[in-house]
Design a protein around this ligand. Structure first.
Ligand code: HEC
Length: 147
């Protein structure tokens, strides 16, 4: 190989490595925002399902209101607009796996440092968590008002 081809090859390798690097950084960022827990695949959300919203509100009113309000801080953070600041996968994992989240997920860690209380698993199923997420979507859409 002559010198010119060699330097072309070096440039090609450098560009290729840079591409891989950028792809890997983006990939990790996305994973982080999913949080840590059973929900690992991207969720495709359909338009808001009102039956699911009603079910979610029912569960929330029993299992979450002791620590959460929407507009103000209680034991935990106010939950208004949570669907705008977090990915649905992240919210599901926080509900289903709060202890590991506060240990491993950067956002949950930071919330723990701020609120100084560990959110505990409320014995909810995957379907329950999905219904609560739907309730949050409806609240954030101002479709229903929540205190
Ligand atoms: C014992 C009090 C407690 C209970 C009960 C509780 N949480 Fe939490 N929650 C917290 C705390 C405290 C945090 C902040 C993270 C941490 O320290 O664990 C939090 C964080 C969250 C977050 C992230 C908020 C944000 O701003 O990103 C969501 C979402 C959430 N909780 C939903 C729920 C749902 C849904 C339930 C009911 C199934 C629930 N929580 C029950 C205390 C609680």
């Amino acid at each position: 190989m002559n010198t010119k081809n060699k330097s072309l090859l070096k440039i090609a390798i450098a560009v290729f490595s840079l591409m891989l690097f950028v792809i890997s950084i983006n990939g990790c960022g996305e994973k982080d925002e999913f949080g840590v827990g059973p929900v690992k695949d991207e969720m495709k959300l359909a338009p808001i399902d009102n039956n699911l919203v009603a079910k979610g509100k029912q569960i929330f009113d029993v299992k979450c209101v002791s620590c959460h309000k929407f507009d103000t801080r209680l034991v935990g953070p106010p939950l208004k607009d949570v669907t705008k600041r977090r990915r649905p996968e992240w919210i599901m994992n926080q509900i289903l796996n709060p202890t590991e989240m506060t240990m491993k997920d950067p956002i949950a860690k930071q919330l723990f440092a701020q609120y100084l209380v560990q959110m505990t698993f409320q014995d909810v199923t995957h379907d329950d968590a999905r219904a609560i997420l739907e309730y949050f979507r409806a609240v954030d859409n101002n479709q229903i008002t929540a205190q």
